[in-house]
Design a protein around this ligand. Structure first.
Ligand code: PMP
Length: 422
């Protein structure tokens, strides 16, 4: 870490006991130059970059271990099965799950939520029932519930937010009623960073015996998530947003639900016996893992969590919070820039608009300086509508981002302001 960024950290009262430059050196892609500039990657909420340790594990798997799992009675198949099941076990420990069997491998958060909606949801939701979600949701925690509601004749209800982007908990309490069969909430908003009080919301839903499904796509990478402390009924997150490979993710569920849920997909690997008349299914997790899974990816996912644990989630959260604070201060000094989402509890996401400049233009201009951000509706159109905008520009931070990068971003934004003022 350079002296200036360490000083800034100290000023913010946050000591970084890891060396951010040493950490950056573990991410080969960060050495890239983009359009002649150092690469500034601020699109971490979309996907994070991968450390060498994860890349090595993938390489190693295909170089030395590749075989199909579970079914082969030969040396490599046994090795691959062991590595895959070991990954399941490490992931279960990472989120403090009572039994590793409660971890089901999926392709990502989207598939996990669809799985729950089409199995648990179909079992549970009937005509006239209500599914309660919030204004903050990503489309992947809206559309699967709409598909279910349409199929079952149920209704979607929505928890409102205030102008800071904080959930209205009074309204939540009032929306919970005898018809509510499922509550589905994002832990952290990808579009504006709000962290919602999930443990408290679970307690309230559970008083009425309503299960809570949590979209943890943006929380698991940035804060300690503990299934026993949150006490949610299901939790889903993606590997690629926490330094792991794309196409990986996990679904955690409570035993009392998983044991009676019907399969999502049918095929190999999930059956006990098949005849043309009747198929018997395996217990979970196998029941929900039809076909050949992303074996290497899941092993890489576990390696990514090892990487996180080596640094320590608390350290990551504190460091990212420091960056967020610093960027918020810098942004407040830019003419015409307005931040959307000012919740007191926020993850390291800064969504903003800039006077009359279209978010896509902001992104295109920043790209000329080698800066990657995201622009658009962030798969959260209802949330954008709530703020009366079609979209925003969004910088989202990770542990390898530095205050110097925030300075580069702020300088580039000032250039855009000057350009459009001419
Ligand atoms: N929920 C949230 C809050 C997200 O940020 C995302 C990814 N942008 C998803 C769900 C979907 O994740 P994936 O594309 O990995 O399935």
């Amino acid at each position: 870490m350079t002296e200036s960024s360490q000083t800034a950290l100290n000023r913010a009262g946050i000591q970084s006991s890891f060396d951010v430059n040493a950490l950056r050196a573990q991410f080969p892609i960060l050495k890239k130059r983009v359009r002649g500039n150092p690469f500034v990657y601020l699109d971490n909420a979309a996907t994070t970059q991968k450390p060498q340790s994860v890349i090595d594990v993938l390489n190693q798997y295909y170089t030395d271990q590749n075989a199909n799992i579970h079914r082969g009675i030969h040396y490599l198949s046994e090795q691959a099965t062991e590595a895959y099941e070991d990954a399941r076990s490490r992931i279960s420990k990472f989120i403090n799950v009572p039994s590793e069997r409660q971890i089901i491998f999926v392709r990502g958060t989207t598939e996990g939520i669809n799985l729950i909606a089409q199995t648990f949801g179909r079992q549970r939701v009937r005509s006239g029932d209500e599914i309660l979600i919030s204004t903050l949701e990503h489309h992947s925690n809206i559309v699967p519930w709409q598909l279910l509601a349409e199929a079952q004749g149920a209704n979607i209800k929505v928890i409102p937010i205030d102008d800071r982007g904080v959930l209205d908990l009074d309204a939540y309490g009032k929306l919970l009623n005898d018809r509510t069969r499922i509550v589905a909430l994002s832990h952290v908003s990808n579009a504006i960073g709000t962290v919602s009080p999930i443990a408290e919301m679970c307690r309230e839903a559970h008083q009425r015996d309503i299960p809570v499904i949590v979209d943890g796509a943006q929380s698991a990478p940035h804060m300690k998530v503990d299934m026993q402390a949150l006490d949610c009924d299901f939790f889903v997150f993606s590997g690629h947003k926490i330094f792991g490979p794309t196409g990986t993710g996990v679904l955690y569920g409570k035993d009392k639900w998983l044991r009676d849920m019907p399969p999502y997909e049918g095929g190999g690997g999930m059956i006990q016996s098949v005849t043309f008349e009747k198929t018997r299914f395996l217990e979970y997790p196998a029941r929900f893992e039809a076909g050949t899974p992303h074996i290497a990816g899941s092993i890489g996912f576990a390696a990514a969590l090892d990487f996180v644990e080596e640094i320590g989630m608390e350290k990551i959260a504190a460091y990212e919070h420091g960056i967020l604070q610093y960027a918020t201060e810098q942004f407040s000094q830019i003419d015409g820039l307005k931040i959307l989402g000012t919740a007191p509890e926020k993850a390291a996401v800064l969504s903003f608009i800039l006077d009359d400049v279209h978010p896509h233009d902001i992104s295109t201009f920043l790209d000329q300086d080698g800066i990657a951000i995201r622009a658009g509706h962030h798969c959260a159109q209802p949330l954008m509508n709530r703020f009366g905008v079609a979209g925003t520009a969004r910088a989202s931070f990770s542990i390898y981002n530095t205050r110097e990068e925030v300075d580069v971003l702020a300088a580039s934004l000032r250039k855009i302001v000057r350009f459009f003022k001419r």
